[in-house]
Design a protein around this ligand. Structure first.
Ligand SMILES: C[S@@+](CC[C@H](N)C(=O)[O-])C[C@H]1O[C@@H](n2cnc3c(N)ncnc32)[C@H](O)[C@@H]1O
Length: 373
């Protein structure tokens, strides 16, 4: 095994979502979560900065499918008020993202044509930006409204690999501390970058994965813990010799789930760089979005099989987690690593099919409305 694999990875190369529209097809919950904060976004486009061009940005947009209806509704609202200003919307994600599917969606060549707002409304221009959101991406003082959903839990780099788990939620105290410090530095960079981009009076609305007041987080809201299950099945492969110790350790999600306190810290300190840069927190709340696949199953007991539920649940977890497991096996040939990954998800899927009780991927988001004063 190449010892390079133990090096701390720059996460930007490896963590995009599965492409060709797979991401938004398989993540109904992410769309439900976004749609549920439509009102907050509507409030944010009421006092839009007095600029000739309305510039919007969607940070970490993946293929754009999950937020497309939100943007359609916001543009529709702006136009219905008689505001005909030029609208530029910049979709940002990592360079490895499938921007091609995103552009096709907005032009009505993929997905739901009735939401292809670039075609439907005049003077609306769609752009893509493939640079990570930890740095400034747009001209200073040019942004009217920034939005980001379910993306900023990704840290810019892993501060360490986690030895006995795959995610920081199961890391030991010292490892958790390193992730917390990295996430605090990243959060400050994210906010200072947005502070530069935003025009005065502009808003940044974000909904991020995090840990709520009850200690709940994605896939861990009372039943089985999804990250616990990932780890259990992956660890079995280590114990059986299917994967090596290095591969197991390298399987570390480049994510940190911040608590409400961690998210709010820069705003609570009037002397912080973020406060000095003119960012003010208008509101912060937490939200649980029920796993749509679990809900469909529960609403169709007797009509939907355990297998159908298990298939749908594991597909959604796979849409965003697969790259992490695959990257850890990147020294193997493609066929071999595909076989391991397929059987890993199949084992988890089969467990859910045998006994679906307690399996779900409920979302926990921390929602923040931020204003540039
Ligand atoms: C779970 S998806 C969320 C997509 C969409 N916003 C939604 O809510 O459905 C997270 C996205 O964040 C992107 N991402 C991760 N780190 C990023 C970074 N540093 N800069 C920009 N995008 C990033 C990933 O590539 C991925 O497309």
């Amino acid at each position: 095994m190449n010892s390079k694999k133990l090096e701390i990875l720059n996460t930007q190369d490896v963590l995009s979502m599965k492409g060709e529209g797979y991401y938004s097809q398989k993540t109904a919950g992410a769309k439900t979560a976004i749609d549920s904060i439509q009102e907050i976004l509507e409030k944010s486009v009421t006092p839009l900065p007095n600029k000739e061009i309305l510039r919007f940005a969607d940070y970490g947009a993946a293929d754009g499918g999950t937020s497309q209806e939100l943007w359609y509704n916001l543009i529709n609202l702006i136009r219905s008020r008689g505001d005909d200003r030029v609208i530029e919307i910049i979709y940002t994600d990592l360079a490895s993202n499938d921007f091609s599917t995103l552009f096709k969606k907005m032009q009505g060549m993929h997905g739901e044509k009735e939401l292809a707002y670039q075609k439907i409304f005049d003077n609306v221009f769609v752009h893509g930006c493939g640079t990570g959101f930890h740095q400034q991406l747009l001209a200073t003082d040019s942004l009217s409204l920034g939005f980001s959903a379910t993306a900023m839990h990704y840290v810019s780099e892993k501060p360490c690999q986690i030895k006995n788990h795959v995610h920081m939620v199961g890391a030991d105290i010292a490892e958790k501390r390193q992730f917390m410090d990295q996430a605090a530095t990243d959060w400050e960079s994210i906010l200072l970058s947005r502070a530069k981009e935003l025009a005065s009076g502009g808003r940044f609305v974000c909904m991020n994965f995090g840990i709520d007041e009850k200690g709940r987080y994605l896939g861990n809201t009372g039943g089985h813990s999804m990250f616990g299950k990932f780890n259990q099945h992956w660890k079995t492969y280590l114990d059986q010799g299917t994967i090596t110790k290095e591969e197991y350790i390298n399987t570390t999600f480049a994510q940190h789930y911040r608590t409400v306190e961690e998210f709010c810290a820069p705003f609570n300190d009037k002397m912080s760089e973020v406060s000095k840069a003119g960012l003010k927190l208008l509101s912060c709340s937490t939200k649980l979005t029920k796993c749509p696949y679990r809900e469909t199953y529960e609403n169709n007991i007797g009509k939907m099989s355990k297998k159908e539920f298990a298939d749908s649940l594991i597909s959604t977890t796979r849409s965003w987690s697969e790259t992490v497991f695959k990257t850890a096996l990147s020294d193997r040939c493609e066929n071999e690593s595909n076989e391991i990954i397929d059987s890993f998800y199949e084992n988890y899927r089969a467990e859910v099919e045998r006994d679906p009780d307690g399996h779900a991927m409920d979302y926990i988001h921390i929602i923040m409305e931020i204003e540039k004063i």
